[in-house]
Design a protein around this ligand. Structure first.
Ligand SMILES: Nc1ncnc2c1ncn2[C@@H]1O[C@H](COP(=O)(O)OP(=O)(O)OP(=O)(O)O)[C@@H](O)[C@H]1O
Ligand SMILES: [Mg+2]
Length: 1046
């Protein structure tokens, strides 16, 4: 079912990177072993691993199993970006990775709501712990977290350095070898956030506390404390900063390792302890235990005077009593004596030297082992999910378990530990086979494809051999341990031979024959495991299984003040007469529980392989790898997976990828998917035996078929790319065009809308105004009121605007618009003001000559306006300064003038007073007199003072009479003159002589003095033309035409 579930997730966005590397298979190999053509060949399998390893591709699948080869260097493939790349992506879409497994497990947990587990196995140093850390980091980084959960996340991550410090050690195979099995549950809530964790530990290698092989070390924590602990702290613990001083630390002769920085690691561990939530007192108690183990190691025994065994290192005893919180003397006693109960009586018997050493070591192992268990329990408390609200709805949470457990181990000498480890691997292999086959079978069934039975080796027989009740290996071992008498390892071996002899998977030296006999020592037995044959030395089996700590030692420790020890050693243990479970039985039971846990979950597998024994990067030791491939059962795994079909894919994914290879399915298949795939494979020429169509998947039997299809796709790619490019460009441009068009339309409609709104507003306004206007017009004669105020204002405004736009242009322009009644008065004011303004402006503009002209014209108007007929015609004719040029003046006459100057001269006709003879004369005006000149002769000089008046007619003639007094005869009398410019001359003369008021304008006749007492008369009449003639009674008769109507 797993398979099906896994693929559902991310197939919508099919983007099969995997297949793209298929075309590079010659170089990088296949990324799934099921695609190996020769899948039964171990050589082909290893060659594929080697090729990929050479290309730094350390991960390969066998179906859903991940095979990982330790690169022994940082490949930079674990960044956050890598995590993101694998997030939510279907298992097969992208190159194999531990993150792909992590992500698929996580998604399967969320979508299927089933608990999951990831089983990581492999040899020591193959990378199991690293893999489990990577998985944990992946969840810590990619899962959603809240503040509360971030504490838990940190604790989950920090539990690793603590457990590694106490449970890992440098071995020949691995500088950071886990010396215990670990199963960790991470609990997730319904949102997929980590909310809790729980760790189960298995079989800590306690023997390491007291003994290490050459080149190996004790657990890291001892060295870390000595290197990193503060001086005060060390003094308090009675320790020196020198690992060489401690017997338990130098058995392997290498307290220092170049790849390990104990000082830094100490800091990390201290910090981690705080993060996890250890109290200071707890840390202190823990360190007391660590230090006490070191002191125990240095506790020496010697022989007393009576040959009894005694402790020779008093200071150690003192420290031990302090650190363990026990009575010193009681401890001394317990370390050198044992308590026996015989016939209900307790007896104390001294221990031999060897026994005392063994008791001491047993105590060290027990104390350390139980402290480790306590540590795990403490971490579990800290990781435990505490939220009560959540707890009540616990059902909605799911779990992912991580199993980082020792892989199959075969050493030169294999002992009880290897037996347990290999038994554990047998159990896991059985689980694996069972579940893999089950899931395969289930998938076939679900797809409606007949299940073809697969031949595989069922290792149940070996498991039974080990664990069967009464008859099994462990039962025999326990029996031998409990047997009264003198049971020994050898007697145990014999018992094994008796009971198991003849079993196909059990051989001893005695039972074997020929060649095998040589290979099995006399104190050895051989188990034929699923992964191969292993010889175990029987020595130590009984002791290790008993795991005995003398009762009196237990009693002492039970009294401990150290809180951790008092929690680890219970008083009941001492009083309880029942024997404790043996190590093997304990292990068997815990394994059974583990299998139960794993069975309840859906498993994923990570199989770790180490490429060489030298911890070197880039080295691929084929023999070593072959060995592991065998022990991990990978070929068997592949065989099961490939039993039927090499490749299977959901229809949509298959069609999506290869549809371009068949005209019937390209570019899209609209019918039923299965029909589409059938059309496609028919077109591709698949033979019936090459494939099968299930309900939702196509199953392809041979990788070759898939590769051929893949190659065809590769060949088709350029054309596809071109099509894609073209349609993409088309799409892009169309989209761009649509965007622009849309934008244009939006702008257009907005603009039109605005324009129309504006127009409507204007119209409304106009209608309003017209309405107001009409109403105002109707009420225009009423008092000002809201009805007419607009109209009235408008009237005023337009009147004023008319004035503004079209004011009178000149002083002569008398036009003026008709004001509305309300502005009549204002209009008059304005008109006046306007006129004044214009006149002022006019006056400012006027030139002196013109002023003079005007002044003369004013005088002329004062004298002649409406008086003389020729006046209107004279108005537009300009007065000139003089009608005679200076050359025309007679010099002689001028000389007589002296200082006076002629200001005006004009030619006139003088009529004699008597006889009216007409004579041409020049009339010259100076500032003080006028004179009549006939050529060089001054005929008459008239002082202005003497000039009485001037008479002219009212007609259009040019006659004028200058009246002068004639008291004496000498003085000539009035002068009758006729001139074409009579108005001009009279005006000038009257002005110069200041006689403006003395100008008479006669209607009909002018009387003038001829001589004293004698008068002449000039009669004026209107006639058709100007005529001068002598009339009756000696009058002069002047007829003048009428120029203007009267
Ligand atoms: N993916 C990896 N990338 C880089 N180095 C790795 C990787 N996996 C493992 N290693 C290296 O290999 C060493 C051993 O790995 P690890 O401790 O995980 O082995 P193990 O399988 O847990 O061994 P043991 O059974 O002894 O505990 C690590 O310390 C690390 O140096
Ligand atoms: Mg490990």
């Amino acid at each position: 079912m797993r398979y099906r579930g896994r693929e559902v997730g991310g197939e919508s966005g099919v983007h099969l990177v995997m297949e793209s590397t298929l075309t590079a298979r010659d170089r990088v190999g296949v990324q799934d072993f099921v695609l190996l053509e020769n899948y039964t060949s171990e050589a082909a399998f290893i060659e594929n691993l080697r090729r990929r390893f050479g290309e730094k591709l350390i991960y390969t699948y066998i179906g859903s199993v991940l095979v990982s080869v330790n690169p022994y260097k940082d490949l930079e493939i674990y960044s956050k970006a890598h995590m993101e790349r694998y997030r939510g992506v279907s298992f097969y879409e992208i190159s194999p990775h531990i993150y792909a497994v992590s992500d698929n497990t996580y998604r399967a947990m969320r979508t299927e709501r089933r608990d999951q587990c990831i089983l990581i196995s492999g040899e020591s140093g193959a990378g199991k712990t690293e893999a489990s850390k990577k998985i944990l980091q992946y969840y810590a980084t990619t899962c959603p977290v809240t503040d509360h959960m971030s504490t838990l996340r940190d604790r989950l991550l920090q539990s690793n350095p603590v457990l590694e410090a106490f449970g890992n050690a440098k071995t020949l195979r691995n500088d950071n070898s886990s010396r215990f099995g670990k199963y960790m549950d991470v609990q997730f809530d319904f949102r997929g956030a980590p909310i809790g964790g729980h760790i189960l530990n298995y079989l800590l290698e306690k023997s390491r506390v007291v003994h290490q092989n050459h080149g190996e070390r004790n657990f890291h924590i001892f060295y870390q404390l000595l290197e990193g602990g503060e001086q005060d702290q060390l003094s308090k613990l009675g320790l020196e900063r020198n690992a060489q001083k401690y017997h338990y630390l130098v058995k392997g002769c290498c307290p220092r390792v170049s790849s390990i920085n104990d000082k830094n690691d100490w800091k990390t561990v201290r910090k981690a302890l705080t993060v996890i939530g250890f109290h200071e007192e707890e840390v202190e108690d823990l360190l007391n235990i660590i230090a006490s183990v070191l002191h125990l190691g240095n506790t020496q025994f010697g022989e007393g005077e009576d040959g009894e065994t005694q402790i020779t290192t008093e200071p150690q005893l003192k420290y031990l009593s302090k650190l363990l919180g026990v009575d010193g003397e009681a401890l001394r006693e317990a370390l050198t004596h044992k308590k026996l109960t015989a016939k209900g009586e307790e007896m104390i018997s001294p221990l031999s030297f060897e026994q005392a050493v063994a008791a001491r070591d047993a105590l060290a192992k027990a104390v350390y082992g139980r402290a480790f268990t306590w540590l795990v329990a403490k971490i579990n408390q800290s990781l435990a999910f505490k939220d009560e609200v959540y707890n009540s709805s616990k059902g909605s949470s799911s779990v992912i378990g991580l199993l980082d457990i020792y892989g199959f181990e075969v050493f030169q000498h294999n002992s009880f530990e290897q037996f347990c480890i290999n038994y554990c691997n047998e159990k896991l292999q059985q689980l694996f086979i069972k579940l893999t086959l089950k899931s395969e079978q289930e998938e076939y069934e679900a797809e409606g494809i007949t299940w073809e039975p697969v031949k595989y080796f069922d290792n149940k027989i070996i498991c039974d051999l080990v664990e069967e009740k009464h008859k099994g290996f462990i039962s025999i071992l326990d029996e031998e341990c409990l047997r009264p008498g003198e049971p020994s390892d050898i007697s145990f071996l014999e018992k094994l031979e008796d009971t198991l002899g003849g079993h196909a998977h059990f051989v001893t030296h005695k039972l074997a024959n020929g060649k095998t006999r040589k290979a099995v020592g006399r104190e050895e037995f051989r188990l034929i495991h699923y992964a191969g044959e292993v010889n175990y030395t029987v020595n130590g089996f009984l002791d290790k299984n008993n795991d005995l700590l003398y009762r009196n030692l237990k009693e002492v420790i039970c009294q401990s003040d150290n809180q951790i020890l008092s929690q680890c050693f219970h008083k009941e243990e001492v009083t309880d007469q029942k024997r404790p479970e043996t190590a093997a039985t304990q292990f068997k039971n815990s394994l059974a529980k583990l299998i139960e846990i794993l069975m309840s979950k859906e498993p994923s597998y990570v199989r770790c392989i180490k490429p060489n024994d030298a911890k070197q990067s880039g080295r691929f030791d084929e023999a070593l790898v072959r060995h592991q491939v065998k022990y991990l059962g990978l070929m068997e795994n592949l065989r099961v997976r490939r039993a039927g079909f090499a490749y299977r894919r959901r229809y949509e994914a298959f069609l999506q990828r290869y549809k371009s290879l068949c005209p019937g399915t390209w570019p899209n298949w609209h019918g039923i998917l299965a029909d589409g795939v059938a059309t496609l494979v028919q077109h591709l020429g698949y033979k019936p035996e090459e494939y099968k169509l299930g309900k939702t998947k196509i199953f392809i039997r041979f990788p070759k078929t898939l590769f051929t299809t893949e190659d065809a796709l590769e060949a088709r790619r350029p054309a596809l790319a071109l099509t894609l490019q073209t349609s993409w460009r088309g799409y892009r441009e169309r989209a761009k065009y649509h965007r622009i068009r849309h934008a244009v339309l939006v702008i257009q409609s907005a603009w039109r809308g605005m324009k129309s709104r504006r127009k409507a507003r204007r119209r409304r306004h106009a209608a309003e105004i017209i309405r107001k206007f009409i109403k105002g017009f109707i009420y225009r004669h009423y008092e000002r009121s809201p009805e007419n105020e607009y109209f009235l204002d408008h009237q005023r405004f337009s009147f004023l605007m008319t004035l503004v736009r079209n004011p009178p242009k000149s002083v002569l322009d008398k036009s003026w618009p008709i004001p509305p009644p309300s502005l009549t008065e204002a209009s008059e004011h304005l008109c006046r003001l306007c006129m004044q303004n214009m006149m002022r402006a006019y006056c400012r503009r006027i030139q002196p000559e013109w002023k003079k002209q005007m002044e003369q014209k004013v005088v002329a108007s004062q004298i002649f306006q409406d008086q003389k007929d020729s006046y209107p015609q004279s108005v537009p004719k300009l007065f000139v300064a003089s009608r005679l040029d200076s050359e025309e003046f007679n010099l002689k006459v001028i000389q007589t003038l002296g200082n006076d100057k002629v200001k005006y001269g004009v030619a006139v006709t003088k009529y004699d007073r008597r006889g009216y003879k007409a004579r041409p004369r020049q009339l010259l005006l100076t500032s003080s007199f006028a004179m009549l000149v006939a050529e060089a002769k001054l005929k008459q000089k008239i002082d202005y003072a003497a000039l009485r008046s001037i008479s002219v007619s009212s007609l259009s003639d040019g006659f004028m009479v200058l009246h002068v007094p004639s008291e004496d005869n000498k003085q000539k009398s009035d002068v009758v003159l006729q001139c074409d410019h009579v108005i001009e001359v009279v005006t000038k003369l009257a002005t110069m002589a200041d006689k403006k008021n003395k100008v008479n304008i006669s209607q009909d006749s002018i009387t003038f003095a001829v001589a004293r007492g004698k008068e002449g008369v000039i009669d004026f009449t209107s006639g058709p033309e100007l005529k001068v003639a002598k009339g009756k009674k000696g009058h002069l008769l002047v007829t003048a035409p009428q120029l203007n109507p009267r």
